[in-house]
Design a protein around this ligand. Structure first.
Ligand code: SF4
Length: 707
């Protein structure tokens, strides 16, 4: 019998501290299906795909492969390198390869010399590079120590004999993507449908016409948008939906769209209609996550309205920055706020929510332009304003020596949330490289913006105090200005809230390391039987949970105290006195509406009944909190209760994320559930109207970049 070439491919996800959800390894599926189609002797190929570290390590230990290939991303870089090191120990003849976007195409000699256990890197179009490697291996020509200078398209390696890097043509791209067989339709990915923690993923096109310097899609080789045929995409959606219906154990209800700009092409409406048809007919997908075309227009909104029941984040118009100079530096052009204003009414008329992102630390941004940008997007009443620090990602223009020098970029490293684990004895800890100063923003200024982002996350994005924020906005106080007043107060407060704020600031200053090595050394220690990394949590979520569980009363007092200061800045003193009862009322409502999930765990959650001046649930539901609140006054009794559906959703999520520490559970629930799911349903006395959220899951937006 002919000896098969055994190839293990992994797209690793850290599942030590987190059950996901992760995505199906579509990337590996493409490599496998392509090789099986174009390799001359497919019967001699034995390709196995993996997503979990323990699974691939078990297979390596019991039956080492001839070739081991790992997909490299910022979230698994450390783990990949450790697995490669391990395989070289147990099976020195295994050929090791990596591929994927997390790769800088400069200083390659240094890159390979620092990683002696990595033999080859597949650059850009993965399918070509992978097939070239398999072909060379099967012909016995794969030798990085050879005297002869060989090069393969889409492959880079260090030739140890000639002491130089060899790299073939890396610029080629398939115009017609259908030359790559579908790993969904040919069954390559079938085994992953059994795993509820994995989300099916489809890709309708590759490439992005934009050039953002912080994004790997911004690279010039990806400029043209090449597409898979519409028939194929439609068949893939139908295939997954039917699989869902026929599976005994239902898999994850999400669908992840991998495109860089969904909605950019006219045909995307047909794709959206097919997704909607499957949702209505097969009950799959229940939610989708898509990166929308950047300059949202009527086309995108039409598509979003087709998909409305599946969208949690609504329409995304990612601004990233609102400063002209900064946008020029990062080579990005946005839809103007004026134009957005026009489409906004249309978006609202379709009953859709709006979402935007703003990045902290982009070159050219100053403290003032950043804050002004946030003021503008909150004035535009985006329902979600997700802020995050700028990361220096592999394979981006921003991560090149010239760019770094030009903009005075300095970075540090911090832990990647849940990016750690011990797998068959291998300790791994991931990091992210974050911009902490540029020639226009100092480290102190960037760190000072951290609580602004946290309060925006707590008050606005996660809705804990959104009615209060909107009330203040009606008085003419922008949420960002209120947050700045609150921070001023907290800096000098000697009370419990002041202490909590000081603790937050201390943690935000101490989470940085000068190098990945320093970070690894510190966080891979075992303390009290636990990996030190396990103590790390995203500060925004961690401190939000602290407020919700232990500081609600103090927060209420503080908000009232600070609102006096904010109001007195623009009105005469009578104004606060006139509004005091209303402010207290709206703060009380915010305090009452959030659920204490430990009461669910202990089966102690009770319904409650409270009196308020305004009908806040109706104000928010009917007018998104934008109409004059006076229209909703008159005194109202509100019943707070939990619908069966919501209780089921929370209980199910709590069962999956069953941590001992209730704070950890809450942090995870903030991530995976819809915002409204962590609030009571409400019903007013004498009315049938109820506000029950029908949301099933939160969009994966909250896999979140927010830190
Ligand atoms: S950030 Fe979005 S628009 Fe910009 S290059 Fe990346 S994918 Fe394209």
């Amino acid at each position: 019998m002919v000896k098969k070439i055994k190839v293990y491919l992994g797209s690793m996800s850290h599942n030590y501290a987190c059950n996901g959800p992760f995505t199906h390894p579509l990337n590996l599926g493409y490599l496998s299906s392509y090789a099986m189609k174009y390799f001359s002797k497919p019967d001699e190929l034995d390709i196995r795909l993996f997503v979990y570290p323990n699974d691939i390590l078990d297979e390596i230990n019991s039956d080492p492969p001839d070739i081991l290939g790992l997909a490299s991303y910022t979230w698994n870089d450390n783990l990949n390198l450790q697995i490669l090191q391990h395989v070289k120990k147990v099976s020195p003849n295994t050929v090791t390869i990596m591929g994927g976007p997390n790769f800088n195409n400069y200083n390659l000699e240094e890159y390979f010399l620092k990683r002696p256990y990595l033999d080859y890197y597949i650059v850009n179009q993965g399918e070509t590079g992978f097939l070239n490697l398999i072909n060379s291996y099967s012909e016995g020509k794969l030798d990085k120590n050879s005297k002869e200078e060989i090069s393969m398209d889409n492959v880079a390696f260090y030739n140890t004999f000639n002491k130089k890097v060899c790299i073939g043509d890396i610029s080629k791209r398939y115009k017609e993507l259908d030359v790559i067989p579908s790993p969904i339709l040919d069954g390559t990915l079938d085994k992953f449908f059994k795993d509820k923690n994995l989300i099916p993923i489809i890709e309708t096109m590759r490439g992005c016409p934009y050039t953002c310097t912080y994004c790997a899609w911004g690279d010039d080789w990806l400029r043209a948008s090449n597409r898979f045929s519409l028939e194929r995409v439609i068949s893939e959606i139908e295939y997954i939906a039917k699989k869902f219906v026929s599976s005994k154990n239902k898999f994850n209800g999400y669908l992840y769209l991998a495109d860089s700009n969904f909605g950019m092409h006219r045909r995307d409406a047909e794709i959206a209609s097919k997704i909607r048809e499957c949702h209505d007919k097969y009950n799959w997908p229940s939610s989708i996550w898509a990166t929308w075309a950047k300059n949202s227009n009527e086309k995108v909104i039409e598509i979003a309205s087709i998909l409305k029941p599946l969208l949690q984040a609504g329409v995304t118009i990612a601004y990233e920055s609102l400063d002209e100079k900064t946008l020029e530096n990062v080579r990005r052009a946005n839809i103007s706020l004026e134009k957005f204003n026009k489409v906004r009414e249309y978006i609202k008329s379709k009953g859709l929510k709006t979402h935007t992102d703003v990045i902290l630390g982009l070159p050219g941004e100053t403290k003032d332009t950043y804050l002004n940008g946030l003021r503008k997007v909150t004035d535009q009443k985006f329902d979600q304003v997700v802020t995050f620090n700028c990361r220096l990602l592999g394979g981006t223009e921003m991560n090149t020596p010239t760019y770094i020098e030009k903009h005075g970029i300095k970075t540090k490293y911090r832990m990647l949330t849940q990016g750690y684990g011990i797998y068959r004895g291998i300790k791994s800890v991931e990091n992210e490289e974050v911009i902490l100063s540029t020639s226009t923003m100092s480290q102190d200024e960037i760190i000072l913006m951290r609580p602004v982002n946290w309060f925006l996350y707590l008050f606005w994005n996660n809705g804990y105090y959104v009615e209060f924020m909107k009330y203040m906005q009606q008085l003419g106080i922008n949420p960002i200005d209120f947050i700045l007043d609150l921070m001023d107060n907290l800096k000098n407060s000697k009370d419990k809230m002041g202490d909590l704020f000081a603790e937050f600031m201390k943690e935000s200053e101490e989470e940085w390391y000068n190098s990945p090595e320093e970070l690894y050394k510190d966080n891979s220690q075992i303390i009290d039987g636990k990996l030190k990394a396990e103590n790390f949590a995203k500060l925004n979520a961690k401190y939000t949970s602290k407020v919700v569980f232990g500081f609600k009363e103090e927060m209420s007092k503080k908000l009232l105290e600070v609102s006096q200061k904010s109001i007195n800045k623009i009105f005469d003193k009578d104004m606060f006195e006139n509004k005091k009862d209303e402010i207290r009322d709206v703060i009380n409502f915010c305090s009452e509406k959030s659920i204490n999930i430990s009461e669910i765990r202990e089966k102690k959650l009770n319904n409650k009944h409270k009196y308020f001046i305004y009908d806040y649930p109706k104000w928010l539901k009917k007018d998104n909190g934008e109409a004059d609140i006076q229209k909703y006054n008159g005194g109202i009794n509100i019943n707070f209760y939990l619908s069966k559906e919501k209780l089921n959703r929370i209980s199910e999520a709590m069962e999956i994320h069953n941590y001992k520490d209730i704070y950890e559970v809450h942090m995870k629930l903030i991530e995976v559930l819809h915002t409204d799911d962590l609030f009571y349903d409400t019903k007013t006395d004498g009315s049938d109207s109820t506000t029950i959220s029908t949301a099933k899951d939160k969009g994966i937006t909250n896999w979140s970049l927010e830190s």
